[in-house]
Design a protein around this ligand. Structure first.
Ligand SMILES: [Cu+2]
Length: 159
């Protein structure tokens, strides 16, 4: 089967292009040329067959807060942040936020949770209403893998 670009990767590229468009034209052209030749940040390659997914809750589920979120990963292993080990990464839970940039460390805030100790589940307090959850696996430096490994985003309703 021919590999196809991940839809999330395509949308992030669009965001990156918009960011370039916002910069002064000469500078943007130079930056684009430079980043095409030498990536600004080294990204860690990962096995093509790796899969990242949210085991629970299920997409569309109605749940009570705090919500237990279980992280699923096949084709790679989990290692703590800071540990260089081939074909591993650590989990990040993105809450109610767009797919982050792939060429920089993931933000660390209450919408971008890092599980740098190698955790494979968490419990998050969420306000009543609809929320989106998505996982991103990243390397020892919190930079998304190459190609980026994301779960599908799910939408849940908190009672
Ligand atoms: Cu991290």
């Amino acid at each position: 089967m021919a590999p196809r670009p991940h839809p999330a990767a395509a949308s992030t590229l669009a965001v990156a292009l918009l960011a370039f468009a916002a910069a002064p034209a000469a500078c943007a052209a130079e930056t684009a040329a430079k980043s095409a030749a030498t990536p600004a940040i080294a990204r860690t390659p990962r096995p093509a067959e790796a899969k990242l997914y949210i085991i629970s809750p299920q997409n569309g589920e109605t749940v009570a807060s705090p919500v237990t979120v279980r992280f699923g990963l096949t084709g790679m292993g989990v290692a703590p942040a800071g540990v260089a080990s081939p074909n591993t990464g650590h989990h990040h839970l993105i809450i109610d936020s767009p797919v982050p940039a792939f060429d920089a460390p993931l933000p660390k805030d209450d919408k971008h949770l890092h599980f740098g100790a190698g955790q494979t589940e968490t419990s998050v307090a969420l306000a009543p209403g609809k929320h989106t959850l998505q996982l991103v696996l990243a390397d020892k430096d919190h930079v998304p893998l190459d190609p980026a490994l994301l779960s599908d985003a799910i939408t849940i309703t908190v009672k």
